[in-house]
Design a protein around this ligand. Sequence first.
Ligand code: GFB
Length: 316
Amino acid sequence: MTYDLNRKRVWVAGHRGMVGSAVVRRLAGEGCEVITAGRDVVDLMRQAEVEAFLADAKPDAIVMAAAKVGGILANDTRPAEFLYDNLMIEANIVASAHANDVEKFLFLGSSCIYPKFADQPITEDSLLTGSLEPTNEWYAIAKIAGIKLAQAYRKQYGRDYISAMPTNLYGPGDNFDLTSSHVMPAIIRKAHEAKVSGASSITVWGTGTPRREFLHADDCADALVFLLKNYSDHEHVNVGSGEDVTILELTQIVCDVVGFTGEIVHDLSKPDGTPRKLMSADKLRSMGWKPRVALEEGITETYQWFLDNQVKASAA
Ligand code: GFB
């Protein structure tokens, strides 16, 4: 172990999001004090507020799960927000972490940092070897800048700042809004609503042929805590399941879980995005970490969360 979390104060930035809340749950067994702060306490877009918050809260470590996130359409249609907001949030937090002597900082990126046509499975050293996927290049550029910020503070000031690159994540607490969500919650919602209304089909965007790798948010949180404790180096680390499925295969699994038996129709006016982005899991596996939640089991749990939280809430 390179970093002992016992008795440390750990700020989880973005604790209300799917990943942040999973990290908060996962840290509960680590003997550390978890610090959280909502937008009413600190606006991460404002440098002065972040500086004042960190000077007061004095965390020993930070997990940076705060970000402007969204699915392919949100990324493609709101490039200014995805670039500017993410740059501001990460720059504010890294600089203030350094100014306040934060010992350990974990930055979270995304598998979209890699070139659109990177060799598969994608190893960490593929970064910056080719052009990005246009639908999410804004978000990718911001996330690449975040990796570089962590590396720069490590190089210039000797800081123990590291980065993890999770694959497409899903799980309880995901965003189920059909215009801004990722594919998994969108398909769960569409299949559920079609089943309830007796519709004969659901529509999925694009051709259904792109392949995506999915990881449950609890597995991601477990990997992040593992890295926080065991990893200290310049290069970022991929965090994935090591397996991918086509969007059509995913849709069929979701329909089975939800119990929708109708037709699957394709809306070809919507983008496919990158054809494949399966990351190599070798680096993290060789350190001794592996995921636990199988895809179908994770989808079943996420559907139940959707029923308990979204469907019930909208009926109330
Ligand atoms: O999950 P998703 O929005 O993001 O879409 P990306 C994945 C694939 O699912 C694309 C298809 O080929 C979509 O066209 N898809 C099919 C759908 N039906 C739907 C639907 O109803 N909703 C959505 N959202 N997709 C994002 C990036 O890329 O992944 C971000 O934009 C980030 O930057 C994130 O990296 C993890 O996997 O294409």
